[in-house]
Structure formats: C-alpha cells, structure tokens
Design a protein around this ligand. Structure first.
Ligand code: NAD
Ligand code: MG
Length: 355
C-alpha cells in the first residue's frame, strides 16, 4: 500500500458457515484491509475461525465485545433479525445479505437506521447492482433481474411432482438450499421487491422484475429522460460481498473480466400465474404492516417442509397465501410484536399442513 497507513476494517461475520459466509471468508482472507474479528454460525462448531465466535443464540453480546466496523449479516432467515437491528441501531456499517430481516422488520429497521445513521450496504446481487448504479438523479424505476430458476418455462401441472433435488438444481447461481428453492418459486424475487422498497425508499409501482436467464445483468435503473443504467457481471457473490466490505473502495476479486460475446442478454416478463409467490410478496409489501413479516415466516416454514419432503412444490405458495389471508397484518410497534407476528404465522402454517 505504498507506505500509506490504511486502517484495517474489523468485520463481524454472522452466518460464517453458509454459502455467503464461506465466500466472505475467502474475500476477507484475500484482502489485507479486512480483519475477521467475530463469527457466528447456527449449529456448526467454528472454534478458532475468529478471535470471538458463537454457535447459535443472539449475537448481540458478541457484537458488543467485538466492536466491529462492519457487520456482514449472512445468517439465514428471520434468525438474522438481532444482528441487523444491532448494526442499524448502533450506526455500525451493515453489509446485508440477510434480506429476510429487513423484509420482516421493515419500518422498525428503517427507524433504527434513522437513529443509528450508519451505512446500509446491500450484498444481495441485484440490490448491490442498483446501489452501484447510483440512485442519484431521482430514478423513475428500478428493474430487478431474475434468472427464472430451474423451472422457467414450465406450467403449473408440470410442477406438481417436482422434488427438492429438482428445485435445488439452479441454472446460474450456487447458493444455500433455502434461497435456491426461493429462486425456483420466485419467492426470492418477491422478497427482493420488498427489500428494494425498504432499502431505496421506492414505492412498489417503481420496482419492476424481469426474467434474464443468464444472470449477467443484475439490476437496471431507469431515469425520466429515457436513460437506463445497468450493472453487469458474472453471477458470483464474491463481487457484491467484496464491494460491501470495501465500500467506498473497490478491491480486486478472482472473478474474470466479462466476455460479452459469450452470453446472450435476453429479458422476459415473469410468469406470475405459474409462480404466484412473486405477486403475493408484492401484494404483502403494498399492504404493509406485518404482512411482509407473515409472508416471510410462512415461506420459511413451507420451504423447510418442502425440503424435508413433507409437502409438494405447489403447496409452498398455497400455504403462504393462506397464512396471509389469516393474518391481520397489524403493524408491529416494537420487536416483541414483530416476533409475535412471525411466531403466529409459523404456527398457523404448521397447523395448516398437519390438518
Ligand atoms: P446458508 O443456509 O448456506 O447459510 C446460512 C448461515 O446462517 C449458516 O452459517 C448457518 O449456520 C447460519 N444460521 C442458520 N440458522 C441460524 C440461526 N438460527 N442463528 C444463527 N445463525 C444461523 O444460507 P446462504 O445461502 O448463505 O444465505 C444466507 C443469507 O444470504 C440469506 O438471507 C439469503 O437470502 C442471503 N443471500 C444469499 C445468497 C447466496 O448466493 N447464497 C445471495 C443473496 C442473498
Ligand atoms: Mg438476489
């Protein structure tokens, strides 16, 4: 670094054993400017991975001790809530992969962010793309791209008997099991529409989704003069992870330069009838309150049941739709009320498939 004294960024990594977590460790080890000071996992032992480690439970006390400059939240699901809220409340930079916590907490997360006044940098590739395109200039709309997953082009009838292993065969991205199933149902894109709403303060009508099978264009920002800016790159999460950890700088990654002659850039409208979870998520987002929390909770339970072989693929959307219909959606005034909305939705889905 040519004699400059560069402050090392202290990183706390939540969900260190997962798909994002392992790639984040590669990024941190390759970067002299980043130091892993704390790490957590859900159940896998991680002794020695970082000076401070924790398996399971609430990471708040660990984060207090670690005093990180940035929290990379790569926990799976609603369990990521305490890490997200801690960083937002403290004004510690939050590199957010765990979209479920922002979707579920919504306004409560935004209020904590306003109090903490720290940076919130998306790791989700589409949102990182939009963030990097710069939302300055008052965008008319943003476009989130979706690969379409392994079942793109299929009809509902053709999806009745698909197995977990079929849903786990993603065409472009290599990810954890839950988000891979969410990509097959388009629930992931639904969560991402809500995520974009809370990250960028955009009304839902300005958040578009297009299917783009090669996953080269990650996000597009449209402006009123007809201009549109797009972010391109190979589908490799090390790029948005590295960007979020080194922001506002950029560091080299092992990802090769993009060869634009090799992959076609095609875009299609999503099939909302075959993949109802995208529209259900948008509707839950527009209704607001705890509907996004209920959408997320019901989806988490239904996906776990599908992965365990207890329900069919089409039942995931049916269970989420029923849970949303049963919920009152009343806004949560605090985190206890939010946890209660999450818990009630989970119980109601479990009761629905047992009966
Ligand atoms: P994963 O299942 O591979 O890993 C999840 C991690 O969370 C593991 O370390 C696990 O031990 C930990 N964990 C699980 N339950 C926990 C609990 N109750 N308490 C604490 N830790 C717990 O998941 P992933 O694919 O790495 O995804 C992680 C998050 O990143 C998800 O929110 C996902 O939506 C998001 N994301 C992932 C990708 C990707 O490419 N994998 C892309 C965009 C966003
Ligand atoms: Mg994404």
């Amino acid at each position: 670094m040519g004699g400059h004294t560069v402050a090392v960024k202290r990183v706390a990594l939540l969900g260190a054993t997962g798909s994002i977590g392992r790639q984040a460790i590669d990024v941190i080890r390759a970067s002299p400017g980043l130091e892993l000071v704390a790490a957590t996992s859900g159940s896998t032992p991680i002794d020695g991975l970082a000076p401070l480690t924790q398996v399971g439970g609430d990471p708040t006390a660990l984060l207090e001790r670690a005093e990180p400059d940035v929290v990379l939240n790569a926990t799976l699901g609603f369990a990521g809530l305490p890490g997200t809220m801690w960083a937002l409340e403290r004004g510690v930079t939050l590199a957010l992969a765990n979209k479920e916590s922002l979707v579920a907490a919504g306004e409560l997360a935004l209020a904590a962010r306003a109090r903490g006044r720290g940076e919130l940098i998306p790791v989700d590739s589409e949102h990182s793309a939009l963030f990097q395109c710069g939302l300055a200039g008052d965008p008319e709309a943003v476009v989130l791209t979706a690969s379409g997953g392994p079942f793109r082009g299929r009809t509902r009838e053709e999806l009745a008997d698909v197995r977990p292993r079929d849903a786990l065969a993603h065409p472009t991205w290599s990810m954890g099991a839950k988000i891979t199933v969410d990509s097959a149902t388009l629930a992931n894109k639904g969560l991402e529409v809500i995520e974009a709403h809370f990250l960028f303060g955009l009304e839902y009508a300005r958040i578009e989704v297009l299917v783009h099978p090669t996953s080269i264009v990650h996000g597009i920002v449209r402006f009123r003069d007809g201009a549109a800016l797009a972010h391109l790159g190979y589908p490799d999460m090390r790029v948005p992870i590295s960007y979020a950890l080194t922001y506002p700088e950029r560091a080299p990654t092992p990802v090769p330069p993009l060869d634009l002659t090799a992959a076609p850039l095609e875009f299609f409208e999503p099939d909302l009838e075959t993949f109802p979870l995208l529209a259900l998520a948008r509707d839950a987002g527009e209704r607001g309150g705890t509907y996004p929390c209920v959408f997320n909770a019901a989806n988490e339970v239904a996906v776990a049941a599908f992965l365990a072989g207890r329900i069919g693929f089409l039942e995931i959307a049916a269970l989420v739709e029923e849970a949303l219909a049963r919920a009152d959606g009343a806004p949560a005034r605090d985190l206890d009320e939010l946890r209660e909305a999450d818990r009630r939705a989970r119980v109601s889905v479990e009761a629905a498939w047992v009966s």
